[in-house]
Design a protein around this ligand. Sequence first.
Ligand code: PMP
Length: 393
Amino acid sequence: MLKNLEAQPADALLALIKMHAADHRADKIDLGVGVYRTNSGATPVFRAIKKAEQVLVNEQDSKSYLGPEGDTGFVSALMPYIFGEDATMKGRLEGMQTPGGTGAVRLAVALADQAGVRQIHMGVPSWPNHVQILKDVGVEAVTFDHANPDGTANVDAVLGAIRAAGTGGAVLLHGCCHNPTGIDYTAADWDAIADAFAEHGSLPILDIAYQGLGHGLDEDVAGVRRVLAAVPEALICYSCDKNFGLYRDRVGAFYMMAERSDQLSAIASNANALARANWSMPPDHGGAAVRTVLRDERLTKEWLDELDEMRARMRRVRARLAAADGKVPGLGLAALGKQNGLFAMLPLDKDQITRLREDHGIYMAGSGRINVAGLHEGNTPKFIAALADVIGS
Ligand code: PMP
């Protein structure tokens, strides 16, 4: 039986990690994997998380099962950050913990499928797992172009998708810090998107994986809040893996917003049943650490300060790249200064990407996606010179 299985293509990013590790050039640059890096290339554990973990070691008195909804204290502690002052939307909103943002997206797609959604409209390029999850659940992905060639979001395309999806369909949007383009909707775009959802009745699935890494915690979810204020129902997927640096601990949450509060328990019971069949219960440790941070004023402040440092560093890297636009004409670097988060796409071909790797020790995804956090003041000049070399400017 098992011999019938055909080999799946190797994960290109994982192959890149191996190639980077095997490269002994001292000035190699890793722009591949999507994790935050400090100036020295490290991806450290947040100071506030370290302290919270210590609290857990000292105080946690049981690791008995919790249930498919996970740590409800974690789920509710996050809500004011995501949803603002009226965090439960007058009792219309309920959440559960998931294994990472991936688990939340999986639940959103499976729950939409269970509710009768047959197509989900989504912008491309996107985080590759979006399409894979849709395929795995058996929902058709209907794609539209996310970005314009000038490095802005194609708002007409998303408005068209919301209209086309209509009352039976769903539209999946990145809440902020779009992966892989870094191109987010403007406030005016979000206004139009919210109005379109309200007019055409399609279900918003909002995926927030990088809150706080763009312009600020509130700023990064202003668009999502605008949509939620306009629509009767929505599904929200959330990851703490970047903004709390918890990647391998798999910390996420899934929220369901119902038209009326008395509909919530039936909706949540479906999500619970899906979670039970998928992973039964989410891993506890990371969610418990986030809850511990958010319930302690001092630790919360430390977390916010560290997040501010990360965001400021990425804005500096982006500003440096934008300032180098004239040295590498045609790559659109000027736009990177206005984009957000860890990622940007450079219009490089396969040959140029290979030459960056082989001739210069610069590692990036074959799609042209770079992780801007792999750059700093010290290595940016080398990166720009290498770009100039491969594009022949
Ligand atoms: N959504 C998007 C847009 C992402 O980029 C990612 C992570 N790369 C996720 C969801 C999932 O994040 P997690 O690692 O928490 O599963």
